[in-house]
Design a binder for this molecule. Structure first.
Ligand SMILES: Nc1nc2c(ncn2[C@@H]2O[C@H](COP(=O)(O)OP(=O)(O)OP(=O)(O)O)[C@@H](O)[C@H]2O)c(=O)[nH]1
Ligand SMILES: [Mg+2]
Length: 397
């Protein structure tokens, strides 16, 4: 029973197999496009109906990126937390809706606790997924480099471990006896031990990759070139801007988390100075701590940046909230003190659709651009030059 529910969690590698094979077997799309029912809940004290709606529409985009079809979205504002994530009445409604719409999977817009997950599986049947598992599934599809793949696998195992532990303590609570002995019990213990061993090995492997990366960083530092790093909410246009600035052919897509692995290019500024520019994974609201910690090796290279170019999709109605999420994540990564420029991107959409530029509260200087049309890129480059070259000059003195 335990094995079945473990194996059904998308993006989570069943044990004792190589992750690549498994994630192919377990990730979307399956034989047919899966039909997904989305569920979002929010404590009334924790946010507005608008933020609940925005989060659910982001979940729909994530679901689409993962290759499933959204058949309905259900939301509820709650007075207090519940064992079923939503209230019991809503749960009945979900069960009926799932049957009626023939949904294959129910996706919840927050990380479910192991107990909530088990409770929901009991009520709704197989295939209950949370936001974290969905994000990990997308990451597993998009990781191209060895380091990216190792980090995704680490995050998946860290996500899985307490869930197995939860199932284990559930059996312990029954106090042994009929139905709790035998292969099931041994299996959970074995699984936990295997996962711990795998986590340890993954950490070692990541550590080795990190050491190689550090050598590259040292070499780069010796090259003495200043570094500008693109950061920002997923889909803000970082890779498009990277391409515009460096004439590289990095894939950019209207999809969340199109980029996962970091990339660096050298560019020459108009006055002849050379700098390095880097592109990396985007941030998202409710980015699970396991993902941030697993991606530490990738995100660590942001520490080397002399300037952060915080790219914002200015045409998005939720841009102010997205800026807030990015600033929060930068704080968690200890990067808030870095010099920063706010790059208000997609300005071509802002003017042509009559969308107003929104007030974005930020202490950093802002430049409006369009990475797609190239509009005002010179002004951005001027700003980059003035921050980086001044700093660089300051360094040699
Ligand atoms: N209209 C318009 N679209 C843009 C602009 N910049 C980027 N886009 C589009 O926005 C989508 C996302 O762009 P990306 O460059 O992949 O965004 P990203 O920030 O790298 O996204 P992730 O790697 O997924 O985090 C693509 O469809 C781009 O064509 C812009 O200035 N104007
Ligand atoms: Mg990108």
């Amino acid at each position: 029973m335990t094995r079945a529910s473990t194996a059904s969690t998308p993006g989570i590698s069943p044990l004792r197999r190589r992750p690549r094979t498994i994630s192919k077997r377990n990730s979307w799309p399956l034989a047919h496009t899966e039909r997904a029912l989305l569920v979002g809940a929010q404590l009334k004290s924790a946010g507005s109906p608008r933020s609940l709606k925005a989060s659910l529409s982001e979940l729909a985009q994530l679901t689409d990126t993962a290759g499933a079809e959204v058949v309905a979205s259900v939301s509820q504002r709650l007075d207090k937390r519940t064992p079923y994530y939503v209230g019991e009445g809503k749960l009945e409604e979900l069960r009926d809706l799932k049957r009626e719409l023939e949904a294959d999977v129910v996706i919840f817009d927050d990380e479910l606790s192991p107990t909530q997950q088990r409770n929901l599986e009991e009520k709704l049947g197989e295939k209950v997924i949370d936001r974290t598992a969905l994000i990990l599934d997308i990451f597993a599809r998009h990781a191209r480099t060895r380091e990216g793949q190792l980090q995704v696998e680490l995050a998946q195992h860290q996500y899985l471990l307490p869930r197995l532990a939860g199932q284990w303590s559930h059996l312990e609570r029954l106090g042994g006896g009929i139905g709790t002995r035998g292969p099931g019990e041994t299996q959970i213990e074995t699984d936990r031990r295997l996962i711990r061993g795998r986590i340890k090995r993954l950490n070692n492997q990541i550590e080795r990759v990190k050491r190689t990366r550090k050598l590259q960083r040292d070499r780069r530092q010796r090259s003495g070139l200043p570094v500008a790093s693109l950061v920002g909410y997923t889909n803000a246009g970082k890779s498009t801007l990277f391409n515009t600035l460096s004439h590289a052919g990095v894939p950019s897509e209207d999809r969340l988390f199109a980029t996962l692995d970091p990339i660096t290019r050298k560019i020459r500024l108009p006055h002849g100075d050379e700098i390095l520019i880097t592109d990396t994974v985007g941030f998202i609201n409710k980015l699970p701590p396991t993902v941030i910690s697993a991606f530490h090796a990738t995100l660590e290279f942001l520490q080397d940046a002399d300037l952060l170019l915080h790219v914002v999709d200015a045409s998005n109605p939720g841009s102010a909230g997205q800026v807030h999420v990015v600033e929060d994540t930068l704080r968690q990564l200890d990067l808030s003190d870095k010099p920063q420029l706010l790059v208000l991107n997609k300005m071509d959409l802002v003017s042509s659709n009559g969308v107003q530029t929104r007030e974005i509260p930020s202490p950093h200087p802002a430049v409006q651009v369009s990475a797609v049309t190239g509009w005002n890129i010179e002004a951005l480059v001027e700003q980059i030059q003035s921050v980086l070259v001044d700093r660089w000059a300051g360094r040699i003195v």
